[in-house]
Design a protein around this ligand. Structure first.
Ligand code: HAX
Length: 435
């Protein structure tokens, strides 16, 4: 039976002629024109990135290698007694586009155990940082600190053919992914649980081991599997994915590239929105003396936020134009496991009340919730109430997608990224308004 790396290499060899042909024979075909609004406005909708790992349709939401979220959950092998698949199987799917068998999945599970050893200096570094450092800063620092381990950087120094770049990138990416849950759980237990880290259990899979190291019983292992898979990829243009891809395009290794992507994820308009949702909700309940708001109080709080020039965290999206299916998947989990939990009821009430208000406000192109509007309530319920930590969880999941992407970037020989900029004078000239 071919292992993951051999299967991946066969896929790479099959794919390379497609990219070469498109470039050589059809390189002049236009994908669209760029407007002034797009050039100034964050390149919204400009079609200039290529990935086969996932695709985001504005109305349907994300497809991983062609599969919707429910299809992905249904297709991938699951550990016994679990409702959600092995994260290792999802990594296999993202890399190869193939649904692995149980046996192929267990091979990756075993492989990750070998790769999961976090060097002692990473723990020393984390311990040397002031304890009130944001956990995303700790997470990013731990990733970039391990850069000295990069096999890609070492092979590049020794001299390697461009055709072989994907191989050490795959090795670095796999080592990183295997270690991230260990680092994340260590940060959590060190920072928030009286410095009581829990050692990994070599008998457990990625999700099971993460729950074990967090010190939270079943079904938190399933929460971890669901969460990491849902957050893994959202095509290439979002800040974390694009940043990782951009930095890797300079042939920076996976450690430098992922740390950069994680830093982008730490922004409140991106991954940090999940902590902002909880902060917003908790502030509101605090103002009401710990009580759940009425519909009228909630409407007032939403308007107060908007009128003070702030965004409603967890709502809106640059691409999506409907309720994020990642939100819907978490809602489904809550309906099964915590239907009567007051915070879930509040999140559901916010879901009812917010879209019409955002529509009336008239600015956001998408009034519907995104993934971040729901993730906090699930974590809160299982005892992870330190909401600063939520984006680290997002980061562990997001690493799967962005790292799969940069393995393929190197396999297909994508060049250094270098768009062209213009001056405001030039835009005014093109627009015909230059004096
Ligand atoms: N509340 C209030 N105003 C909002 C809004 C919201 N939730 N979403 C968008 N708007 C405003 C924008 O700020 C913008 O206002 P200006 O014209 O004054 O600049 C206007 O509506 C148009 O924005 P848009 O085109 O609809 O949205 P963008 O593509 O510019 O931004 C964002 C997309 C996700 C950043 C935006 O919707 C937002 O800020 N949402 C709240 C933060 C959030 O939930 N972020 C997480 C997104 C999911 C994700 O990436 N997770 O990692």
């Amino acid at each position: 039976m071919a292992n993951l790396k051999e299967t991946l290499f066969a896929k790479i060899q099959e794919h390379r002629p497609r990219t070469t042909r498109l470039l050589k024979e059809h390189g002049d075909v236009k994908l669209g024109d760029v407007t002034i609004a797009q050039a100034i406005g964050g390149m919204r909708g400009v079609k200039c990135l290529v990935t086969d790992i996932s695709y985001l349709d504005p109305y349907e939401g994300i497809r991983f290698r062609g599969m919707t979220i429910p299809e992905t959950f249904a297709a991938l092998p699951k550990p016994k007694g679990s409702d959600y698949p092995y994260v290792e199987a999802h990594w296999y799917l993202l890399l190869t586009g193939e649904v692995p068998t149980e046996e192929q999945t267990l091979q990756v599970v075993e492989e990750f155990k070998e790769r999961a050893k976090v060097p002692q200096y990473v723990y020393d570094l984390l311990r040397a940082m002031p304890r009130d450092t944001h956990p995303m800063t700790m997470f990013s620092a731990a990733i970039v600190a391990m850069q000295r381990e990069s096999i890609f950087a070492q092979k590049y120094r020794e001299g390697m053919s461009k055709m072989d770049y994907w191989d050490p990138m795959y090795e670095d990416a796999s080592n990183l992914i295997a270690r991230l849950p260990v680092i994340a759980a260590y940060i959590y237990r060190m920072k928030y649980k009286g410095d009581t880290p829990i050692a990994p259990d070599p008998n457990l899979d990625f999700g099971g081991n993460f729950a074990h190291m967090m010190g939270i019983p079943h079904p938190y292992d399933d929460v971890a599997r669901m969460y990491f898979i849902l957050h893994s990829d959202h095509e290439s243009g979002n800040v974390s994915a694009h940043t990782t891809h951009l930095v890797a395009s300079a042939l920076s290794d996976a450690y430098y590239s992922l740390a950069a992507g994680i830093n982008g994820l730490a922004g409140p308009l991106h991954g940090l929105a999940n902590q902002e949702v909880l902060r917003w909700t908790q502030n509101l309940m605090e103002k009401l003396g710990g009580k759940l708001p009425t519909k009228e109080q909630l409407e007032q709080a939403l308007w107060d936020t908007l009128n003070s020039g702030q965004v409603i965290p967890g709502y809106g999206h640059a691409v999506l134009r409907k309720t994020d299916p990642r939100y819907a998947a978490q809602r489904e989990f809550c309906l099964k496991h915590l239907p009567d939990y007051p915070l879930f009821k509040l999140v559901s009430m916010i879901y009812e009340v917010t879209p019409p208000i955002l529509q009336k406000h008239g600015k956001a192109k998408n009034p519907w919730p995104n993934v971040d509007a729901h993730s906090g309530v699930v974590q809160w319920y299982y005892g992870v109430r330190e909401y600063d930590f939520y984006t680290v969880l997002f980061g562990v999941g997001r690493a799967l997608g962005v790292l799969a992407n940069i393995v393929w970037d190197r396999a297909l020989g994508y060049p250094i990224e270098r768009p062209k900029s213009l001056t405001t004078d030039m835009l005014e000239e093109v627009a015909g308004i230059k004096k």
